[in-house]
Design a protein around this ligand. Sequence first.
Ligand code: GUN
Length: 283
Amino acid sequence: MTAQLIDGNALSKQLRGDVAKRAAALKARGITPGLAVVLVGDNPASQVYVRNKVKACEDSGLHSVLEKYEASMTEAQLLARIEALNNDPSIHGILVQLPLPAHIDAHKVIESISPAKDVDGFHVASAGALMVGQPGFWPCTPYGCMKMLESIGYELKGKHAVVIGRSNIVGKPMALMLLQQNATVTICHSATRDLKAMTLQADVIVAAVGKRNVLTADMVQPGAVVIDVGMNRNDEGKLCGDVDFEGVKQVAGWITPVPGGVGPMTITMLLVNTLEAAERAAG
Ligand code: GUN
């Protein structure tokens, strides 16, 4: 058996089309949804990410501002910029690209963002809202994974979902979103004693570790849905996920590729969150 692909590029195209339509409707009311992307320092991967985010905004008719600062920027200077963006009515979403230079307290910076503009969904208020099932902003990567499951009409109720990874950005919010859809959820991590014993019981597996070949074919039940959040490089320097794609696709029912899977969905959900923030602000 060969798994069916969940195509993140195709789904993104569809969702970004919806975003563009909603953005046009807001514009007709005199409001252009605006995202501020703040980059501190010259991390090469971050530079690529922020460029892609700004371009995606422009392509969907959202206004975006990229603020780039030297790595020597002080924490106080960054907090002052965020305060200004919090008070700027043309900006509906604020994204501070991580990682930040070591001398800046990333937690303090994220907490300084107004929860109404927290389109990354990293603020404690956003995390709390997700936890208790109240409206807020969902972190873009797990939100994108949920949209991918929705796109194949997958019914999560009663299914066993195994999340590998417990980060605040992906693993933990992913587990909460799956739970909200009435899945039985297991979170596995670096101290899990027998990962394979867990994944072999899973109807859905989300791999979000950041390490190649965390999930191999012998660890997957026939027909399972496999979502690969990883973004790694193989020995030839090619982009690859956490899942041994060639092996696992022989066993799984559905699988997301890397590239072209979760990656584009993360940016798409950032656009969705920014639009949502603008619509809420517009009332
Ligand atoms: N660094 C890596 N991924 C992300 C993300 O989704 N948001 C932000 N702000 N920084 C990141």
